[in-house]
Ligand binder design. Sequence first.
Ligand code: C5P
Length: 237
Amino acid sequence: MPKYMNTTTTIPVITIDGPSGVGKGAVSLRVAHHLGWHTLDSGALYRVLAIASTQRAIAANQETALANLASQMEVQLIALPDFSDTRVILANSEVTAELRTETCGQLASQLATLPAVRQALLERQRAFRKPPGLVAEGRDLGTVVFPTAPVKIFLTASVEARAQRRYHQLQQKGIAVTLEHLLNEITQRDQRDRTRQVAPLIATSDMVVIDTTGLSIEKVVALILNNWSPKHLLAPN
Ligand code: C5P
């Protein structure tokens, strides 16, 4: 049996971390599509927890109750067949549209500061590592969730470019919002994600940093794929 088939930890993973609006979602889906691999939108798990906790009126400071909910909630993340988006189902209800609002993102980033919540979501995220491989995106995928991943990418872009992208995405989805409001929300969420005590958003020296400002999705996908080679399958990781 080839070495890479031996254990779960040798199933290849490409991690893609970065701040909000940097294009992680679209890029990850396309990289996964190209390789024929699975995807993990880890932010969707934090966002779905925000929705589930609101439904149950659990406050953002009830850490134990939130951690229990995080480990028990029934979630399905389904990449569309053309890999253009991920559908999110919470206990048989579609929550994809609600999930993408900035209100949901803000609450998700508050809940994401709680260590017990992060711990509860850790194993759930690792369970997405299935053959033939996984493209996983978020804030701490390369540092905490899959620290041994053979390819780790960190995407950056100016806050203005990110707000602009998010603005177009939300407009396309029919969600009304102003650019100024988005700039404020994204800046605030970035600050929280970068400065929190547990698993802050950070680029480490083993990550390939790509500034996506002014780059097309196709170009970013090509740059990421340049870092992947099947020889990684045989290297210990
Ligand atoms: O990526 P997305 O904007 O959907 O993530 C929503 C929030 O979830 C982020 O602002 C962040 O606080 C949190 N998150 C996280 N760790 C991850 C993914 C998302 O803390 N791996």
